[in-house]
Ligand binder design. Structure first.
Ligand code: GLU
Length: 298
């Protein structure tokens, strides 16, 4: 029988603040998915968006994961180490005549959701700060999300040409994530459902670059009691590090894993051993939002 390739999963937080319960939930889901298949689980710090980085947030994230027993394999990758690869793969797309410089400002574009292709037809490269956009095609990009089912989107009609390198020179998330996952040989991406909508753009880039498309599983996101997604924007509180057992147990409940009550009193490593052995991703299939029932933040 041919051997299945080893599962390689990852968690890729941005160092814009401490982890909140929603991001720890995604970390735990991707950890359990990889570990339950005897796979590797990698950690990447998405630190490209320099203006949003918060000093010390990366080490706080590492400490938090450690405190919860979420131990990663190998060295932590920082996106900022990957500049040469981004440049190299941008050149590859340039040689395929897929990129063009764009000088449109947010003010010009207003609240248009689909880029109208204004700069696609500029004859010469403008002598001013410009972004780099990739041309999209009116074709459907589909994929089968292991939790959310069949997905499809027509990039040209639903999104338009999108930015790979920003005007300020920073590599855009959509492009960076594709290159990073390729560099880390990630073959199973598990992350929040808020990123489901952007996945076809990432698959389009993988196809243009001739890279393999990983398997995708988009986990539900956690909402507070007002129905808002826990996020830095909604001022979600940092995860409380004083009682990781209780928080981990609650997260396993939010992942609908039905942990037995006595597990709540065990150390995090023991809870994780139980959860890895009994992991049932199907319990959270087709769910987009899970409401927080108990306040475990401080
Ligand atoms: N760094 C991204 C974030 O914190 C996640 C990237 C990903 O999982 O694809 O939202």
């Amino acid at each position: 029988m041919p051997q299945q390739p080893e599962v390689i999963g990852r968690f890729a937080p941005s160092p814009t603040g401490p982890l909140h319960l929603g991001s720890l939930y995604a970390a735990l889901g991707s950890f359990l998915e990889a570990r339950s298949q005897q796979g590797r689980w990698l950690l990447r710090i998405d630190d490209l968006d320099i203006p949003r980085n918060v000093k010390g947030a990366d080490s706080l994230i590492l400490t938090t994961l450690d405190r919860f027993g979420l131990h990663w394999d190998g060295a932590v990758m920082y996106q900022s180490q990957n500049s040469d690869s981004y440049q190299q793969l941008l050149r590859q797309l340039e040689q395929q005549a897929l990129l063009y410089p764009c000088i449109c400002s947010r003010k010009i574009l207003g609240d248009q959701l689909i880029y109208p292709g204004t700069c696609r037809h500029l004859a010469s490269i403008p002598d001013q700060a410009s972004a780099l956009r990739i041309k999209t095609l009116p074709i459907d990009i589909g994929f089968d999300d292991s939790l959310q089912g069949a997905q499809s989107s027509n990039l040209a009609d639903q999104h338009g040409d999108f930015i790979l390198k920003r005007k300020d020179g920073i590599i855009a998330y959509q492009f960076a994530v594709v290159v990073d996952d390729y560099l880390q040989q990630v073959n199973h991406v598990v992350r929040g459902v808020d990123l489901l909508e952007v996945t076809p753009r990432q698959i389009y880039l993988q196809q243009a670059l001739g890279l393999a498309t990983p398997r995708y599983s988009h986990l539900p996101i956690i909402a507070d009691k007002h129905g808002n997604k826990l996020s830095k924007q909604t001022k979600a509180q940092a995860v409380d590090l004083t009682n990781p057992q209780q928080t981990l147990f609650h997260l396993l409940q939010l992942l609908k894993q039905n942990p037995p009550a006595e597990l709540a009193f065990l150390a995090v490593d023991q809870q994780l051993a139980w959860a890895t052995k009994h992991w049932q991703a199907a319990h959270i299939a087709d769910i987009q939002t899970i409401s927080l029932t108990i306040d475990v933040t401080k």
